[in-house]
Design a protein around this ligand. Sequence first.
Ligand code: ZN
Length: 260
Amino acid sequence: MDFTLKKFTEIITSLKKAGYTLHTFSGFIENPPETKTVILRHDIDKLPANALKMAQLEHDMGIKATYYFRVVSYAWDEEVIRQIVSLGHEIGYHYEDLNITKGDYKKAIQHFEKQLARLRAFYPVKTICMHGSPMSKQDNRELWKKYDYRDHGIIAEPYFDVDYSEVFYITDTGRAWNKQSASIRDTVDSGFDIKIKSTSHLLHLIQTNQLPDKVFFNIHPQRWFSPGFAWAKELVWQNVKNVLKNLLTEVARRNILNTT
Ligand SMILES: [Zn+2]
């Protein structure tokens, strides 16, 4: 059984054993560590209760991570945010303002400011991270072609401020590891060609020191459960979504071919 909280614990334990120290994103940016480093990022797209479970588990293991919250009703849970703050983790804004305002830049930056202030009532937010919105035609990062997040007290955004030729990016988007067809926007220009076939394979790579010294994990707590009904539901739903995303990437590819 994969994508269980037990497997997640094994990943963290193996990383620590292999000599990595774990950091929040702002911690990594502000004090770049010299040693073997893992940045741990969680995007809260939905099911905030799962995020709290993961945050508690990490707290018990003595590590800190960064939790990026969307402001849509099914991701936003003030009690969960409050508790994750009290466990010592970093909170950031998982922004999608351009999608929400349907591409209106002026409204989008106003929306951004307002939501950032809402989140800052709980935590002094210093980093943000885009939500990929695979079903939408707008790329939320385009907001920064017109505006600058640094004008809003933001020090870094993972898609802009990390050198991925040096930091190996690993995401669980699509309920697999670095699954290209499922990650329409959640991809980076990686300097590494390392395939991860499964979580067992990932554990093997960690345990045999085959991962680079700097690794950036993007783990969505919504996929990680203790085995049971919710776990099975996520498995089935993700398979359906992967089929849809494959279709979308194929359509996007053909559109690009048609216009070039
Ligand atoms: Zn997201």
